[in-house]
Write a protein that binds this ligand. Sequence first.
Ligand code: BES
Ligand code: MN
Ligand code: ZN
Length: 503
Amino acid sequence: MEYSVKSGSPEKQRTACVVVGVYDKRRLSGAALQLDQACDGYLSQLVRRGDMDGRSGQSLMLHRVPGLACDRVLLVGLGRERDCDERAYRRAVETMGEALRDAGAGEATCYLTEIAVKARDVFWRIRTAARTVEALLYRFDRLKTETASRRKLYLRRITFSVPSRRELADGEKAAVEGAAIGRGMNLARDLGNLPGNHCTPRYLGERALSLADEHPRMEAELLDEAAMEELGMGALLAVSRGSREEARLIVLRYRGTDDDTAPYTLVGKGITFDTGGISLKPAAAMDEMKYDMAGAASVLGTLQVAAELELPLNVVGIVAAAENMPDGRAMRPGDVVTSMSGRTIEILNTDAEGRLALCDALTYAERFRPRAVVDMATLTGAAIVALGHHTHGLMGNSNGLVNELLGAGRHAGDRAWELPLWDEYEEQLKSNFADVANIGGQPAGTITAGCFLGRFAGKYRWAHLDIAGTAWRSGDNKDATGRPVPLLSQWLLERAARHAAGR
Ligand code: BES
Ligand code: MN
Ligand code: ZN
């Protein structure tokens, strides 16, 4: 999809479709009123007849409205004017996207970006619109051969309107950023949706290499199991022992500045399929464990965003990729392994494999002398119990970093919520036979998983996002969501802006 920005009155647009909003109780928005005047009250009459009352989620496509230069007018319900907040706005953009996706228009000019949204400016509105449309048009059908099940998409370009020419430059920047973030999400979703027999640790490594090929400021390095052995990554290797697929530690670097400023480092859990291992999972919905590499996918997605936007900072992405399988060679409950940090771990449950893979990646991250490390992982079912499917679980050892991430999530509509990483919880990780156990029992499962990781992240500012509830949708329309790419991208954009301002 292409996105552009312009300013001009809606009745003069010679486009395939002009999109304007209608508020609840049939109140026309500013742009809709302008159209209405040009077509002698056609819209207000139609709205009065009851075909469109402006409720959120409603849309109505009109063809060849007399007096207008465009082929179509799409009316989109906005809900109540004084309730027009971020959610209502996003919903309106989604409604537009759905209507355009199913229509024959090749291009559209969207005036929803002129609507007042509480506490958000036109830059935010355009960026959000571009990202939302880009993500909405995504479909994962590459494994279907029957072309009948693939729908043709006519839409090629959306032009967002800004109130005046003064906003053009900013608007264009916003559209570029929004589209890049949307594409980053879609990359993450593609990887997530790919099943375990396609998306293996080796495959993730190849995708990192091809990203590095596409972007001159990126480079990728892959460590195989022999290299990990050499480094003493006994925890990550324990996870992979039961699998025929070889593990990979993927290091994807983006150098946005020529100097050696300390990199922001993203670490992702890349379990390409999680059976639970010898502590085998129940059969129901086990297919969804193909998404257990969603953290890894969001690392690649976010690095792509950084590279496409040429953010002036250095970023390192580290992915711990492995498959967790039961097998004669698999790790067993009770095994004690030595992590790269030198600390020993008693594996009391082989299904708590994510933290085993991540702890060695976190130790490996030390060598980059990172400015901050954020790890992402579909780590615990308990995160879904605590926060459901809307909110990432967030923990960390630095209030400053945690607050940066909370703020970025709010701004991007990809929100996280902090859980307490207090000393009291550490006791649950006591082991009789090793330095630490890999599970902490029922209570506060998300927090004790965070505590476990925290022990390996003591040498830098660190935060952890548990994305078990947010990285994919279950049910009939199961799909990877591409989260937390928006949060991470926003965080990096803000870091880049700070650097540019010399702070
Ligand atoms: N990948 C799972 C977590 C998960 C479960 C994500 C369900 C999304 C949906 C993780 O490896 C896991 O199995 N965690 C265990 C930890 C437990 C054994 C301490 C869990 O949450 O049950
Ligand atoms: Mn598991
Ligand atoms: Zn897992």
